[in-house]
Ligand binder design. Structure first.
Ligand code: F58
Length: 834
């Protein structure tokens, strides 16, 4: 058997080198042999008869082989050491394609390329065959994927727990410019990256009622008598660290019907009903909910949440801890990070396990539970704070509702003691809201139980403390902290932007990939004309790459030589894609009205990428309007070569990886105080785009770091937003005051983009003029002025490149490695000491 030889960048840590070699040889011959074995014996085809999908699957399995040794050894080492584990509980992981990342992490890119060549195959074609696992909606899910990447790269023991949705985020297409959703069958052609473990299945209960009884020790006890259950089957995914031999685990749960579900029905001969029952159970992990900030109290969603956290807790206690483990010591072995409120039902679940199943006294159980959880909040929109109706909780999880009531009772007693006579405060802080329906406020439950509560950028954490949870921060000031988000430099710089990465490595060495602050060493190169020239050449090459991709993927022809102005993120009113659209229309209006000579403007291509939640009407109307404007502009010879708008459908991680490195300008234009952090903003800055943005989320920190001269700030700051709100916001007054805004809206209202039809734009215009909840009208003039500054800066290409290089050099802070170090110090370590 071939020996396991480490590559030039492969620095074994710990005891790995002593372990007997397994796995295929790390050379082209060894790789080819393994690949052919996989193709012939795994896929069961000869090379000559194989399809691209066969080849991709064989390649993925081959690469997986190279990771196995690291995975087995990492697991063993962690178990032997009794490491304290980070249990990252997240309903979403927006992973992106696995093959490229695995090749990069294991330093096999070149070997794989040569090996495929030797087989007469093209690695790029095989890579393109992978359907990314889209198990998340947007930033929150992508953040979880970045965090687990960083923890593996930093060799921190982490299990990422989540849901193996059969259908991830829907596939977006446009029909007549309107969004149409199609199911994302990411598993249809095989899923080579996962390991099912059906023998580790565990039963999850639902429904029924509770009973009290007297235990053998004479104590009054409660027992949950559930009415139905499902099986949770774990699937492992590998999370390789960057060239350190570490491979951590994602453990995603899939629902299967238990036999109890249908046995009786089968026996009665009711086959159809038996199958229906089975489908009902398996529906739990069927689909990722593409809901936005308006959770509709979906029963299935609560089932999903309980399903995956109950399975994870049980699995950790049963299978990861030693059999004789004393659960009083649980906080020494695990720290659960709650990624938003979606997994918060884990808190009463742990209480239930300890009190009902492990005979803990309530106070003891509460003490252990409090030391096991921390909570990250990702929003500021009040409607995005999850509440679950008491009626639903009581029906689905009756014991948990009782436990929540008891936690709340004890907590309110604490509040009354701290603030005697302040009954209003106690009401405000109650975990149970009374109106409009009786419901449990999951963020309050999380805040009470967690050791630490954090926001995701400085501004967000401050607003969370002072505006969303002020009573709680007054009671427990030390509980609140900030960890500014970050992104993994492996996927979003090293992998996505090989040209720039090479340039950087040539200049400062390759240490930046795992120590991103070292990008600072690039600063002097901003003043080096030859370096700037090469930096620009990389951008041009990246734009070419994007042009080719959009040509093949979408049939979109991007013009050459334009400034590329990009806005990619979920479609939401608070993010203000509409403001971007108004800017485009105003530019167009000035050109066709003759106010501005098209020959004098900076040629620009605007690129949008965004999915709207299927039930979010305004968001879908905005998409339709963007597409209508794109079409009109694209067909108008008067602006040809000066202005273009592209909206490729189905924006996802894979598209982001080609789009972001090509961008000149990054649009981060949410209403101040609404975007918790943003992480796209970081990816753009790290890839040498300049930001036009409001004083919101992590934009604030980006601007501080890159410098005001290298960032285009506009719009109201959060206190001004609050003041305008308090005064009473009248959007139509801005229409009256701003001639440019008036001309822009009038052009849309005239039906210029809707084939003369005025009615289709009516709803959007009505909203802008009468409601405009996120104040796009108020920031319009300021936005246009900032865009004029962008044009001016771009006209001086040397100045622009200098700023772009400084953006890269000064954005090292936004590595998710730094975020993870902050969590280790400010959140997880603290608990170890307590
Ligand atoms: C995002 N939240 C924030 N939610 O909006 C963004 O500012 C932040 O950078 C990011 O989290 C990471 O902290 C977010 O992506 C969702 O996707 C919801 C998930 C549940 C369904 C509704 C959307």
């Amino acid at each position: 058997m071939a020996t396991y030889v480490t590559g030039p960048h492969f620095e074994p840590t710990h005891e790995r080198a002593k372990v007997p070699a397994v796995g295929p040889g790390r050379d082209v011959d060894g790789f080819v042999r393994q690949f052919m074995r996989e193709l012939n014996y795994g896929q069961g085809v000869s090379l000559a008869r194989s399809t691209v999908n066969d080849q991709y699957l064989a390649l993925a399995h081959t690469v997986r082989h190279y990771l196995m040794q690291g995975w087995i050894q990492t697991g063993k080492r962690r178990r032997d050491a009794g490491d304290r584990v980070v249990g990252y509980l997240s309903a979403e992981y927006l992973l992106g394609r696995q093959l490229d990342n695995a090749l990069l992490a294991s330093d096999l890119q070149e070997i794989a390329r040569e090996a495929m060549n030797a087989c007469g195959l093209d690695l790029d074609i095989l890579r393109a065959q992978e359907i990314e696992p889209g198990l998340g909606n947007g930033g929150l899910g992508r953040l979880a994927a970045c965090f687990v990447d960083s923890l593996a790269t930093m060799d921190v023991s982490c299990i990422g727990y989540g849901i193996r949705y059969e259908y991830g985020i829907f596939k977006q297409t446009f029909v007549d410019g309107r969004q149409v959703e199609e199911p994302d069958s990411w598993l249809a052609l095989g899923s080579p990256w996962e390991f099912p473990q059906p023998d580790r299945a565990t039963r999850i209960d639902f429904g029924g009622h509770t009973e009290t009884y007297t235990g053998e020790d004479g104590r009054e006890r409660v027992r949950w008598v559930p009415s139905w259950d499902v099986q949770a089957i774990p699937y492992h995914l590998l999370v390789p660290g960057y060239r350190n031999g570490v491979v951590n685990t994602l453990r995603l749960w899939s629902a299967r019907a238990t036999s109890a579900f249908d046995l009786q029905l089968f026996n009665q001969g009711d086959y159809a009903e038996a199958v229906r029952a089975r489908t009902f159970a398996e529906n739990i992990t069927k689909v990722l909910y593409p809901e936005d900030s308006t959770p509709q109290g979906r029963e299935l969603r609560l089932q999903q949440q309980y399903f995956f956290v109950a399975a994870s807790l049980k699995d950790f206690i049963r299978h990861t801890l030693p059999a004789d483990f004393d659960l009083h010591q649980l906080p020494e072995r695990i720290t659960f990070q709650l990624n938003d409120t979606h997994p918060v039902i884990a808190i009463p679940e742990l209480m239930r396990l300890l009190v009902d199943e492990h005979d803990f006294e309530w106070e003891q159980a509460w003490d252990v539970t409090r030391r096991c959880f921390d909570y990250t909040c990702h929003t500021l929109l009040p409607e995005a704070l999850e509440v679950w109706p008491v009626e639903l909780l009581g029906r689905l999880l009756p014991r948990h509702l009782e436990i929540i009531y008891r936690i709340n009772e004890d907590f309110l007693a604490e509040v009354r003691e701290a603030f005697p006579g302040d009954e209003l405060r106690a009401r405000r802080m109650s975990m149970v809201q009374e109106h409009p329906v009786r419901a449990v406020r999951m963020a309050y439950l999380a805040t009470v139980a967690a050791s630490k509560v954090n926001g995701v950028a400085e501004l967000h954490s401050r607003l969370l403390r002072d505006k969303v949870l002020p009573d709680f921060s007054e009671l427990w000031p030390d509980k609140f902290t900030n960890v500014t988000n970050g992104v993994t430099p492996r996927r979003f710089v090293r992998m996505a932007n090989p040209g720039m990465s090479e340039l950087i490595t040539e200049a400062i060495g390759e240490g930046w990939v795992t120590d991103l602050e070292r990008l600072r060493e690039l600063e002097p190169f901003a003043d080096d004309a030859a370096f700037r020239e090469r930096f620009r050449a990389v951008k041009v090459a990246n734009k070419d790459r994007l042009r080719q991709l959009l040509h093949h993927r979408d049939g979109i022809e991007l013009p050459e030589g334009h400034m590329l102005d990009v806005m990619v993120k979920r479609l939401h009113e608070y993010k203000r894609q509409s403001l971007k659209l108004l800017h485009i229309v105003s530019l167009y209006e000035r050109l066709i009205s003759g106010e501005v000579d098209p020959a004098t403007i900076t040629p620009r291509t605007f690129v949008f990428g965004a999915k709207a939640a299927p039930g979010y009407h305004m968001a879908k109307e905005t998409i339709a309007l963007i597409n209508a404007v794109a079409k009109t502009i694209g067909e108008d010879p008067r602006v040809e070569g000066r202005l273009a708008v592209a909206f490729p459908a189905n924006y996802n991680v894979t598209l982001a990886e080609t789009l972001i490195p090509a961008a000149d300008l990054s649009e981060q234009i949410s209403l101040a105080g609404k975007e918790a952090s943003g992480t796209g903003n970081m990816k753009f800055a790290l890839n040498g785009a300049l930001t036009i943005g409001t004083d919101d989320g992590a934009n604030v920190e980006i601007r501080e770091l890159v410098g005001g001269d290298n960032f285009f700030l506009f719009g109201m700051a959060e206190p001004e937003v609050a003041a305008l709100q308090a005064k009473g916001y009248v959007p139509s007054s801005f229409y009256q005051q701003s001639p440019q805004l008036k001309r822009t809206l009038d052009l849309i209202a005239s039906g210029a983009f809707t084939g003369g039809d005025r009615s289709t734009v009516g709803a959007v215009l009505d909203d802008w003029l009468n409601t405009d909840r996120f104040m796009a009208m108020a920031d319009f003039d300021s936005y246009l002025a900032a865009q004029a500054r962008v044009d001016e800066a771009y006209a001086d290409q040397d100045r622009w490149s200098r700023s772009a290089i400084l953006n890269v050099a000064r954005s090292g802070f936004f590595s998710s490695d730094r975020s993870m170090r902050n969590y280790l110090q400010r959140i997880w370590d603290l608990k170890a000491r307590s």
